[in-house]
Each structure stands twice: as C-alpha cells, then as structure tokens.
Write a protein that binds this ligand. Structure first.
Ligand code: BEZ
Ligand code: FE
Length: 301
C-alpha cells in the first residue's frame, strides 16, 4: 500500500489531466485543482464547512432562472468579474475605462433620435445626458452604436418589473452617433440601489456584514466598427457608495460631475419646471475587435 500524502494527492490529480488535448483547458483545470487543494490545506476545511459550501453552490444554481443569474452575481460580489475585466483590459492607452456589464443588459432596441426622452413617464428629477464618442486621438466616430440603461428612482430596472413584457423598455435605449460623434438623451437622475439580495448571494452579504448597495450610475455599451466594444458605467459624483460598491465596479475615471441646473429649458428644447441635472461624459474607443456581450434576456418589443 502506498503511503498517503496530501501533496502527492494534489500532484496525482493534476497529472490525471495531463492528456487533455486542449492546452488552454489543461492549463486552467490544473491551476484550478492547485488553487482548490491549497485552499483546503490552508483553511484545514472541516466536513461541515465543505457541506455548507456545496449546499450554498447548489442553492446558487437553483436560484438561476432565464431572468436571473445568481452565479454572475456571486462572481460580482467576490470581485471575480472585475478581476476578469482587469486582466483582459490591462492596456487602455487613454481609452475609456471598463467595468462590469451587470445582469440587466437586455440587448438591442430600435435607435432613438438624439435628445429623446427615455423615461416613458417614469417620475424623477430630470437629467440630460450629452456625450461624444471619439478614437484615442479625439477624432469623432460617426455611426457608433450606444446602448444605455439605468435604474429608476426606486433602484429597479425595467426588466425587473412584472409588466416589462407589456410596457417595453424604459430608462433604456439605443443611440447612433452623428457626424460629430455626438449623442444625447433626456432621462431621470439615477439613485444608488441594492443588488438582488433575496437569494444565497444576499445571504452571504448579510452573513459577512457587507451592504448590498451599488452607487448611482448609468450603463453604456459602445460599439464602433474597428474598435473594441466598450462596456462601462458612468457614476454620479458625490454618491455615498462610490468607495464601497458591492461589486467593486467603480474607477475614478468613470465618475462624472453632474451639474445642477435651473434653466427652464433642457438642451433638447423640453420645458422643465424646477431643477434638473446635466451629465457630460465622452468616450474614447480603443482600436481592435472583441466580443459583444450576449444579454441574459432579450429586449421587450
Ligand atoms: C448593475 O449595475 O446593474 C449590477 C451589476 C452587478 C451586479 C448587480 C447589478
Ligand atoms: Fe446597474
């Protein structure tokens, strides 16, 4: 009988994958075994803890539906989503910084005219967003496609609401840049909001005394022929959760100063009573190609 030795076990398991024909798969699976075995050794994991971990992952899988991806949420709150983003975007060369896609991207919509009101009547303080898409040298990119989406005043996305299929998109739209690379729209001021916290990931956040909040932001997905797709958010300066985003998605370069304004007319000509806000943020695109993300669910018509 060979003498059992846990380091020899690790080597034996790694060696069991030696004939994997796909060299990248072989590398990643062998590194995963190494990291997992090290974790068990370093923590002296008990049977009870391993059982709890398996039950937690089982519940995470069981919470997934066509509209909800609890594993992505887990990856987000563990900072893995941001780390994968970081290792894939090491050299920005002056291009706009990237951040997580999040679970509320639902794909394409018909392009809307510049200056369009995307609120569909949802109440909130008016905000006008004006932006320009350029290359790294500042040359405007004509015909770039921009998908935008954000939460309402109560922190909910349209796709989280029961009547989404009937009502269609709100606080969500697509724009195409003009000859100067510009696009603009009218919306409401977004607020900070909690990630979905009624599942196992929420239980983890509670058990570890973390809060579930994301700072107020607007999501942007910018696509232009010959450039890497840009997945990012623009955050609102002054939000109390900017330094403790539950998914670690904030980068200083993505924080916009949103100006308080009082003029009675928005830049699109809409009359307003009371204060409104102006968000100005430009995007610089990096040359290259890249994968356009697949939405979790498809756009309502
Ligand atoms: C979001 O910003 O929409 C989001 C990102 C990660 C997890 C949950 C929500
Ligand atoms: Fe969001």
């Amino acid at each position: 009988m060979p003498h059992f030795d846990d380091q020899a076990l690790t080597s034996e398991v790694i060696e069991s994958f030696a004939n994997t024909p796909n060299t990248r798969l072989k590398f990643v699976i062998q590194e995963t075994v190494k990291a997992l075995h090290d974790l068990v050794r370093r923590t002296e994991l008990t049977f009870e803890e391993w059982k709890q971990a398996i039950e937690f992952l089982t519940r995470t899988g069981q919470t997934c539906t066509p509209l909800r991806q609890e594993f992505i949420l887990l990856s987000d709150v563990l900072g893995v989503s941001m780390l994968v983003d970081a290792v894939n975007h090491r050299e920005r060369e002056g291009a706009t910084e990237t951040t997580v896609l999040g679970p509320f991207y639902v794909g394409e919509h018909k392009p809307m005219p510049h200056g369009a009101d995307i609120t569909k009547g949802i109440a909130g303080e008016p905000m006008f967003v004006q932006s320009r898409v350029t290359d790294l040298a500042g040359k405007p990119l004509v015909g770039a496609e921009i998908d935008v989406w954000h939460a309402d005043d109560d922190g909910f996305y349209d796709s989280q609401k029961a009547d989404y299929a009937q009502l269609g998109p709100s606080l969500r739209a697509r724009f195409i840049t003009d000859a100067e690379g510009r696009f603009s729209f009218r919306t409401i001021l977004p607020c900070s909001y909690p990630i979905p916290a009624d599942g196992p990931v929420g239980d983890l956040i509670t058990a570890t005394n973390r809060h579930p909040m994301r700072p107020a932001h607007v999501h942007f997905l910018v696509k232009a022929e010959g450039y890497e797709p840009l997945i990012t958010h623009v955050f609102l300066d002054g939000d109390e959760y900017l330094r403790s985003d539950v998914v670690f998605g904030v980068k200083d370069e993505l924080i916009a100063k949103v100006q308080p304004r009082t003029e009675p007319t928005l830049p699109n000509g809409d009359a307003v009573t009371g204060p409104w806000h102006l968000m100005t943020y430009d995007f610089q695109m990096k040359p290259g190609a890249g994968m356009v993300p697949q939405p979790m669910m498809s756009a309502a018509e």
